[in-house]
Design a protein around this ligand. Sequence first.
Ligand SMILES: Cc1cc2nc3c(=O)[nH]c(=O)nc-3n(C[C@H](O)[C@H](O)[C@H](O)COP(=O)(O)OP(=O)(O)OC[C@H]3O[C@@H](n4cnc5c(N)ncnc54)[C@H](O)[C@@H]3O)c2cc1C
Length: 367
Amino acid sequence: MVGGGPAGLATAIAARRHGLSVVLADGAVPPIDKPCGEGLMPDGVEALRDLGVTIPEGEAYPFRGIRFVSDGKRAEAEFPRGSAYGIRRTHLHRVLLDHAAACGVRLLWQAAVTALHPEGALVTGELVRARWVVGADGASSRVRGWAKLDQHELDAPRKKNRRFGFRRHYRVAPWTDFMELHWGRHCQIYVTPVSREEVCLALVSSSSKLRLRIDDALGEFPELSERLKDAEPASSERGAITVTRKLRRVYRGRTVLVGDASGGVDAITGEGICLGFRQAVLLGDCLASGDLARYQKGHRTLLRRPTLMARMMLFMAEHSHLRQRTMQVFQSSPQSFAGMLAMHVGEGSTRDHISNGIAVGWELLKA
Ligand SMILES: Cc1cc2nc3c(=O)[nH]c(=O)nc-3n(C[C@H](O)[C@H](O)[C@H](O)COP(=O)(O)OP(=O)(O)OC[C@H]3O[C@@H](n4cnc5c(N)ncnc54)[C@H](O)[C@@H]3O)c2cc1C
């Protein structure tokens, strides 16, 4: 396993549950932090449960739904089923790492993988023999390049598909048990409660606004600024790029990709980690049966819904007039927002989603 982020650790656990022996190598030192909105949606929590991992009380803060705030309008809905958590990346990493160690994954830290080898991979220059090599090395995956899977990008990460994210924690009691997404003219900020005395704030903006940082962006959000005015920052501001990427193939020979390495959706969806966990469950099964073609097929299916949600949300982000009208519809018809949230978290039937989509479209025409 190349990379011990959430997707790598989850895949390692999944593979161990099928009786495979697993060596995981990561160049970093745990617990690994990463700029992130730190929201774990109910489908991600469920995928973790499928791997036998439960999040201990006190490590995370449960939240019960999503709230959109835009141009003075608000829309909110509870998740139809299951619980979601705000959890600091370092806590999530520790929980996964402890579980992986307990189930017998051999963990190598400060151990960068430097190349693939016909019999496995080179870890800090030494050959580790392996039947399979899994690239779980994140959005800028080198494994993807080494295995020439980059050449098969369906949705090449053009400038348009790259956006910029920053994250900072604030010491303040959460004012809500919803994850809030605040829409601004040039950016979006989401706020996730991560403990009884801390919230995580993540800013995402497009490339032309590269210089937009959290303090500048907050000026656009008076309500949020007011809430945070006396709150001390509890971490430094850290940035990352979020990329929308879809690959034609996610394996070649004995090398296979998972998590952000295998493509991903914009951070605005808050879905990246969940997607990685769901892929991990599937990949563990497919590695055990040696059927990577099945993984590729299932991988495509898993990516479909988050990709659709990301497109819709980015469209709203880019078209403020449409966003205002959509918010008006969501505010006056809470069930339409609940229907959209159900689709986001993979609940409800396709028929429900289509009829909700038609109803929203009709209301938009009337608005
Ligand atoms: C601003 C922002 C906000 C986000 N908010 C959310 C959110 O609220 N909810 C959500 O679910 N997702 C969110 N995401 C997405 C989420 O952060 C990613 O989808 C997730 O981190 C992907 O996990 P991963 O394990 O695939 O990759 P990573 O977390 O990037 O882990 C990759 C690991 O590979 C290691 N590595 C890299 N190269 C090598 C090498 N050569 N050898 C060994 N190790 C290597 C790295 O050290 C790292 O530990 C957000 C992303 C951004 C940018």
